[in-house]
Design a protein around this ligand. Structure first.
Ligand code: GKR
Ligand code: MG
Length: 448
């Protein structure tokens, strides 16, 4: 039977998802974070789902793109990117705003468009896979592994959102010092089996964060550890921290902001390692590798960063790279330059975790556990939450992404979005911090 895979309808559902009070250098997560769920339906009734950032500026791009998709073939993914070129939002709304939490530099229409496109691409792949009876990984050329490893994403955290602010409760408790971070890591290990740990830094003075990493190294000897202050440090501080944690860090993620600063840090670490080995320090590591999800976020940014040796690992985020096929292209470029690849995450639900798992299963040479915020999200819009066993997610072999949309949950989280009149439709970690600390100003220069 020939199926009619013409897109007949695209549904966009903005939602607000509960988020615990996780700290980063910009502030603290708001009690609810916006996400956008995209559903693509074909003429023969097949549907596919995708998920992306849900702030208004993404929604404004998604609406015209949804209209343009109707009448096109769900398999025409390259065409989707061409169609998206005519879709834009008012530039004044995107010009110089830093992306909250991710600090991804200037937000251009191109970057926003790719983040929106990623959800459409994933939804189309899901629908296509269901129509063909094939998992998404098969549409990407086939999985190379049956499970994908994730790391425990540790955050400094308040016990609860400020009193009087509407929020869901969580059972993780506070983590505001090395002992709290170790307790949180133990819980991650007990609940999900993670054996690799990433600490979100840039929150406390570097010496305190060094102490937290040392405490983790002592509690979990030999386990891979990472620290990510989201560019909160000067070059000087970055070099100092990297040298102090040289023996325990798998990599240091975005210690300083931007390619130039990262290139300087990398060069100084290399120089220090060389001079130590000249002085007979044989066996000394060639410097802690630097990873990024902030200075290499588009194909245009690759050349400068790689030729200057600014980063040794790129953390791809399929949302802002424009989807799963672009993620594979990024991985191929990284391979050509001998740069490692892994995955970045922001607050997300199970649809995105499934998409990440499918694409990660197809990337050759994935040597670092991927990041995920998923354990922090107590809510979801799929019928069965995705499980971690031994810190790993089994790669689904069911048709499409292998997830089923829970329409009741989706409707409930959309209701919350509709009811919001308190500014939660835009993620703003600095505003959330000002509720607890009215004098809080988001740092615009390295804090330390
Ligand atoms: O959720 O607070 C957060 C993170 O800081 C997130 O926004 C970052 O994008 O996890 C991300 C990172 O690795 O930089
Ligand atoms: Mg990062």
């Amino acid at each position: 039977m020939t199926r009619d895979l013409t897109v007949s309808e695209v549904r966009l559902t903005p939602i607000l998802v509960a988020d615990p009070p996780l700290l980063n250098t910009q502030g603290v997560h708001q009690p609810y974070t916006p996400r956008l769920i995209v559903e693509v339906v074909t003429a023969d009734g097949t549907s596919g789902v995708g998920e992306t950032y849900g702030d208004t500026k993404y929604l404004e791009l998604a609406r015209p793109l949804a209209d343009k998709l109707v009448g096109r073939q769900v398999s025409d993914l390259n065409g989707l990117f061409t169609v998206a070129e005519d879709v834009a939002v008012d530039d004044s709304r995107t010009s110089d705003r830093l992306d909250v939490g991710g600090l991804r530099g200037v937000q251009t229409n191109d970057k926003l468009r790719l983040s929106v496109l990623s959800a459409f691409e994933v939804a189309c792949l899901d629908a296509l896979g269901k129509a063909l009876g094939l998992p998404v990984h098969a549409l990407l050329g086939g999985k190379l592994r049956d499970e994908v490893e994730y790391s425990a994403y540790l955050f400094y955290k308040y016990a609860a959102h400020p009193e009087g602010v509407a929020a869901e409760q969580d059972d993780w408790g506070a983590a505001l010092d090395p002992a709290g971070v170790v307790t949180q890591a133990r819980r991650f290990k007990e609940r999900y089996g993670f054996t690799s740990f990433k600490l979100k830094g840039g929150v406390f003075p570097p010496d305190e964060e060094i102490a937290a990493i040392r405490a983790l190294a002592e509690a979990f000897p030999g386990h891979p550890l990472r620290l990510d202050p989201n560019g909160a440090w000067s070059v000087e501080t970055s070099v100092k921290v990297a040298e102090e944690l040289r023996d325990v860090l798998e990599y240091l993620e975005d210690p300083a902001l931007g390619t130039s600063a990262m290139a300087e840090v990398a060069a100084r670490l290399k120089g220090a390692a060389r001079s130590a080995s000249d002085k007979g320090g044989g066996g000394r590591r060639a410097g802690v590798p630097l990873a990024t999800n902030m200075c290499v976020t588009t194909f245009d940014e690759i050349k400068e960063a790689f030729t200057r040796g600014a980063v040794q690992v790129v953390l791809s985020d399929h949302h802002y790279w424009g989807g799963l096929r672009n993620t594979r292209e990024l991985a191929a470029v990284c391979r050509a330059f001998g740069v490692g690849v892994s995955m970045h995450s922001n607050t997300h639900l199970g649809i995105s975790l499934a998409a990440m798992t499918h694409v990660a299963s197809t990337v050759p040479g994935l040597h670092h556990a991927c990041d995920t915020h998923y354990p922090w999200q107590s809510e979801d819009v799929i019928t069965e939450r995705i499980a971690f066993t031994g810190g790993r997610v089994a790669v689904p072999d069911a048709p499409g992404l292998g997830v089923t949309l829970d329409r009741d949950r989706l409707a409930a989280l959309h209701e919350r979005w509709l009811a919001d009149d308190g500014g939660l439709r835009e993620r703003d970690d600095a505003a959330a911090m000002r509720v607890a600390d009215p004098g809080w100003v988001t740092p615009t220069v390295p804090r330390w």
